[in-house]
Design a protein around this ligand. Structure first.
Ligand SMILES: Nc1ncnc2c1ncn2[C@@H]1O[C@H](COP(=O)(O)OP(=O)(O)O)[C@@H](O)[C@H]1O
Ligand code: SF4
Ligand SMILES: [Mg+2]
Length: 360
């Protein structure tokens, strides 16, 4: 036994398709302590949602297959847990909030009934007790005039209010872990901030561990204590939030950070996105999946680097061969970047010349 609430080891979740296996989650390792708030970040398609769905054992069947690994949660391996027992885990010990509350809420049931349902099933509360607890929960997630609103239907609520209802449902049975998958992506910016603050605050008050999944590193600071960066189905960096922002050690994390607007910078026009796109997970490369987009790449990168702790820093892990803070490495990357810029310039000049000749 260890002191982790969740311990995911070498998790591989693939999808069988006509064209072959999609390596959606490809050897993921991370662990979360009770009360810890962790973000999983990465561009779209890098395996964040499939990681979350694997933990809940909700990966699409029959195409989704758990190829290897273990998911120890509260002392039991969920991959070995039968469906009947998983139903008790979902909504009981693990709560989940998705991006779009409209697809998770039942439009034909009042919000009160939807909160009470889980309380009656998992906590075996009476009708009366469940109603009282539902009212308290709605108050806790910041909904006013609860005695009226509890009898409303989801369509009578705004997007932000519906997400508050989802939070109340997810937290109803005092879960040990809350998984929030892009919970604010569909909301406008001010409501986003309120919802994130609410999720973070409630987890802190109840000692609930949090996995916040997002493609936006900008929402992480102030919400979570730790950040796990995923790329092409793998964890490439894992550090405390403070350390990750101050001392990123993976070129991909650096790329993500340079595309986050900073409050202390006036000119947002300089924001850079990472050139290129993630690899096709149907035929993932054998080595580091970031090679085609990485200025630090060299021959050894055709072998996958292990995810290892930095020297003397057990809480900061990275999967990258060189030390990208080394000045010689930075000079090497800068030379490769310049060469790419030159090559692009020449290519566009040649194209322009060809077009001009054609027009003659
Ligand atoms: N049901 C499915 N069948 C086949 N491929 C899937 C399925 N669900 C997800 N994938 C693929 O798995 C990869 C990871 O997806 P996902 O975890 O949803 O990414 P994200 O990081 O955006 O949440 C993507 O390449 C996606 O296309
Ligand atoms: S292992 Fe190589 S290709 Fe991968 S991120 Fe590090 S330097 Fe770049
Ligand atoms: Mg997703």
């Amino acid at each position: 036994m260890n002191d982790y609430l969740l311990d995911v080891q070498d998790l591989k979740t693939y999808f069988k398709t006509k064209a072959g296996y999609v390596h959606a989650v490809d050897g993921v390792n991370f662990a979360i302590k009770p009360g810890e708030k962790v973000a999983i970040v990465g561009e779209s398609g890098c395996g964040k949602s499939v990681t979350a769905l694997s933990i809940m054992k909700l990966v699409e069947q029959p195409s989704g297959e758990y190829m290897s690994g273990s998911i120890f949660f509260d002392g039991q391996d969920l991959l070995d847990t039968p469906e009947s027992a998983m139903r008790k885990v979902r909504g009981g010990k693990i709560g989940m909030i998705f991006q779009d509350p409209m697809t998770s809420l039942n439009p034909t049931m009042t919000v009160g009934k939807q909160i009470e349902e889980g309380l009656r099933i998992h906590l075996k509360l009476s009708e009366d007790q469940a109603r009282k607890r539902a009212m308290t929960l709605l108050e806790q997630v910041g909904i006013s005039a609860v005695s009226e609103r509890i009898n409303s239907y989801p369509h009578q609520f705004s997007g932000g209010m519906r997400q508050r209802v989802m939070i109340a449902i997810a937290l109803a049975c005092n879960p040990k872990l809350l998984i929030a998958d892009e919970p604010t992506t569909a909301l406008d910016v001010t409501v986003q901030a309120q919802i994130l603050e609410l999720i973070s605050g409630i987890c802190e008050d109840f000692g609930t561990s949090l996995i916040l999944i997002t493609h936006d590193l900008g929402v992480v600071a102030g919400t979570t204590n730790r950040v796990i960066v995923m790329y092409a189905g793998k964890v490439v960096e894992d550090a405390t939030t403070e350390e990750l922002f101050a001392n990123p050690r993976h070129p991909y994390t650096r790329g993500l950070l340079s595309s986050v607007p900073r409050l202390d910078e006036v000119r947002h026009a300089e924001l850079r996105t990472i050139e290129g796109t993630p690899p096709d997970l149907l035929n993932p490369p054998k080595g580091c999946p970031f090679v085609p987009r990485c200025y630090f790449a060299r021959a050894i990168c055709n072998t996958m680097p292990p995810l290892e702790a930095l020297p003397k820093m057990a809480t900061h892990r990275k999967a990258c061969w060189p030390d990208i803070t080394d000045q010689k490495e930075q000079a090497y990357a800068e030379r490769r970047r310049q060469a790419r810029v030159e090559a692009q310039k020449t290519a566009s000049e040649e194209a322009a010349q060809k077009a001009a000749q054609k027009a003659l």
